[in-house]
Write a protein that binds this ligand. Sequence first.
Ligand code: CDP
Length: 209
Amino acid sequence: MIIALDGPAASGKGTLARKIAARYDLPHLDTGLLYRATARALIDAGERLDNEARAIAAARGLGLTDFDEASLRGREMGEAASVVAAHPGVRAALLDLQRAFAARPGGAVLDGRDIGTVICPDADVKIFVTASAETRANRRALELKGRGEKVDYAEVLDDIRKRDARDAGRSSAPLVKADDAVLLDTTNLDIDGAFDAAMAIAEKKAARG
Ligand code: CDP
């Protein structure tokens, strides 16, 4: 069974994807880490984020084990990731790796921005996870604080709005709900509530076959 979760920054899709993967005992790929690691590699090499040729080379050089999450999860790297993710060549360079992950025997859970639309258009279950920008900014501020970053709520909200606009406005694989994805708004749900709602969606789809 392939389960695709898409949605904007800090919507809760990553947490949901991890929990759903654990429940079904499936491997999970957080595809945002691929774009974050690509941005990290460019920055470490002293290259500009708008250098598409270098960004493509960095993306091609990634392996699935290259993820030092601590250095990738910060606020700055989320911003940088959304810049490199807008290069069509970078997205193309990361396509096969994501599809190969999804094709593992037994299936997989993937979360990102274009899983249900581009990477796995035939996924068995597609959920588009969203929440209000203010709720997402609150969650992200708490998460960053927990990582020891100094955070200002207004700045985090501004980041979220900018990232929403960049991700939804790009021409290559923009953030958009797939026609056949089920919308899950987590604005008024805690983690357990969102998980129960997502499992109900998955079970219903799974039962239909
Ligand atoms: O955790 P958060 O939602 O803030 O970020 P993420 O999922 O790690 O993604 C970081 C950035 O990578 C996003 O803002 C997107 O621009 C990009 N991304 C993408 O374009 N396609 C994906 N499948 C995953 C992430």
